[in-house]
Structures are given as C-alpha cells and as structure tokens.
Design a protein around this ligand. Sequence first.
Ligand SMILES: [Zn+2]
Ligand SMILES: [Zn+2]
Length: 274
Amino acid sequence: MRVNYHVHNRYSSDGRGTTEEVVARAVELGFDEVCLTNHVETLGPDGEWHVDLVEARDRFEQVRHEIEALRPRFPALRILLGAEFEYRPEWVDLLERLAATIEFDFVIGSLHVVDGHNISGGADVAEYFQDKDCAEAYARYFAALEDMVEWGGFDVVGHFDLVKRFGSKFYGPYPVEAFEDQIVAILERMARRGIGLEVNTAGVVQPPGEPYPNLPIIQRAREMGITTLTLGTDSHWPERFDQGWEAGLQLVREAGFGEVTTFSRRIRRNVRIV
Ligand SMILES: [Zn+2]
Ligand SMILES: [Zn+2]
C-alpha cells in the first residue's frame, strides 16, 4: 500500500504546485492514496504566520472542489482532504472552529513554534538554539509537544522530534536516550487518548538523515500500544513528492509495524503494508 499522508502544494504559503500536478505525480509514482495536508496559517507580508478563519475556510473548500473534480480523471488514486494544524495556544479556538466547519478526512497536529521561536526554519532558528544547551533546547520542545497532545484536536502527531532538524546542526547527533522520560510520557498520553503517530520522511533528505521520529521512538510507540501510524513525506512541491518515502517504510517495518493507517472523514482504518 503506497500512501502519502503529508503533502503541501500551492495552497500552503511555503508550497507550490497545483492540485492536479500533485495528483499526477502520485499516480506516476504508483501511489494508491494521497492526502493533501496544507497549513491552516498563511505567511503575511510581515514575515509572520497568521490564521484567518474565513480565508482558511475558503482555501480548504477550494482544495476540496479541485479534489472532487480530479477524482473521475484519476480513479486509481484515493485523494483526500486533510490539514496540518499548527499548535499555538492562541490558535486552538480558531483551529477547533475550522475543524467543525470543514469536513476534513485527516488532521495532523504539528509544533513549529517553541517559546515564540520558529524552530523549523527561518531567522528564528538561531535565536532559539544559540542561548540554550542541547538539554534545554530539546526539553523545552518536548514540553510544548506534551501541551499539544494535552489539547489533542487532531489525529496524529506530525514530525514528533522536529527539534532535531536544526538541533543536530547545533549540537551534533541527536541523543534520543537523554529525553526518554519525556518522550515516553508523551507517547503514553497519545496511547491513552487514541492519538496516532506520523512517520515523516522529510527528515531523510534534511540534516538529520532519518525520519521524524527515528527508529527507537517508533519502536517505543508500538510497545506502548499505539496502533495508528501514518506515513507522509511532507513534500512542499510535486518534484519532491516521495522524498524519503522508501526509507520511512523500511523503518516502519523494522519497528515491527505490519500496517499503516488510512483515514476517511477522520475515521481510521489500518491496512497491511505489502
Ligand atoms: Zn510541519
Ligand atoms: Zn508539513
């Protein structure tokens, strides 16, 4: 089963490619399912990300409209409407209102901003890491991730250990064992609340050279009874549609998972990996 449950296109401020281009690429690469998961927030002229509920609603309805128009032309591909919800405490109310209005198939919960700094890219990255040691930088990220799971308004946690994207650049290899207690506490909470885990394969082509999260965390998630596991490449343009996908699938197998999760209207169904 070739599925990609984390894909952006031109309906994200940092993405490009039409919906048709993404779909055509998925078919060309032999995928069975694709879920478009654009950002809710948009990048303003001030360089900051903002959520405008009316704008977001219109944009996701436009994507839905395009998906519906493409389905008859690409009958072999299941095309789904998803979203990537960025967790910021001040956005929770808006995100919940959006989820109540738009019938999404699937929602990813993601953390990009910690203590007011964007840790996933841009000038803010250095500001976050430069005055912290490795222990503090990672611990603060995981504490914020735990808050996000406590909120829980999504189906899976996206790029679970994203802090290593630039953390590995600032401090060298990611010492996952050092944060085991925090990681286990988050996974426990996810298992209890029925929140799944995403294996995000963008990390394979980024500095960490491995998916978010890595093998020990995926294994631990399975041991702790998490059975919802999605696979996504987080591609932002069609040319990169399958970035790291094969390596991610390999890791999922190595971690002992025989299935991945698919969604429809937020209802999950596990399918065997072949
Ligand atoms: Zn993200
Ligand atoms: Zn993304």
